[in-house]
Design a protein around this ligand. Sequence first.
Ligand SMILES: C[S@@+](CC[C@H](N)C(=O)[O-])C[C@H]1O[C@@H](n2cnc3c(N)ncnc32)[C@H](O)[C@@H]1O
Length: 181
Amino acid sequence: MSLNPKIINHLTEWHGCRARILVETGTFEGRTVKQVHSFFEEIHTIEASLKAQRRAKGRCRDLTNVTFYLGDSATALQKVVNGIDEPIWFFLDAHYFEHPDKQNIISEQNHMPLMDELKIIQKRKHKDLVIIHDFHWLNYQLNIDRGASSDDVLELMKPAAHIVFKDCLVFPTNCPQTKFL
Ligand SMILES: C[S@@+](CC[C@H](N)C(=O)[O-])C[C@H]1O[C@@H](n2cnc3c(N)ncnc32)[C@H](O)[C@@H]1O
C-alpha cells in the first residue's frame, strides 16, 4: 500500500499540522506521488531503479510539483535535504517489496537504506514527521540491514510519541513534548 488522502488527513490531525514538502524514498511507479500530490506544494522522490522511475515519470507527467531523483536513497536523501530549510514529511519506503521470504530478490539493491536515511533525518533541526512504511516486516528489513529492530529506530530518533497506523511507524522529530502525550 502507498500513502493516500485518508492517511494524510489522519496524520495531519494527529501531528497538528502538515508540512509543505513531502520527501519519499522508493518512488517505485509513482503511486504515492499520484495519490497525494495535491496535499503538498513540493514532492521530492528518490528511486534506485531506472525502469521504475521511467514508469513513475510517465504516470505523473501532468504533475508540476514533483522532482524525481535517481539513485540510492541513502546518498540522494542527503543532497535533497541539504536544500530544504523547513519541516518535511518523510515517507521512507525504499526497500524490496515482495514477500520477505523471497530472500534472493532482497539483494537486488545493495542494501536496505533505512538506518542511513534516519541518521540523515536525525541531524535536522526541524520538526519533521517520519513515516516508515511496511511496519509488518520492518524488523525483518532492519535485521538484514544492521541486525537492528524497530526498537533501535525509536532509540536512535528518540521521538516524544509514535503510532503505528496503516502499516506505517510514524513519529515527529525534535518535539520533546507533544500534545499527544
Ligand atoms: C515498496 S516500493 C515503493 C512504493 C512506493 N513508495 C509507492 O507508494 O507506491 C520500494 C521501492 O524502493 C526502491 N528501492 C529499493 N532500495 C532502494 C534504495 N537503496 N534507494 C532507492 N530506492 C530503492 C525499489 O526499487 C522499489 O521501487
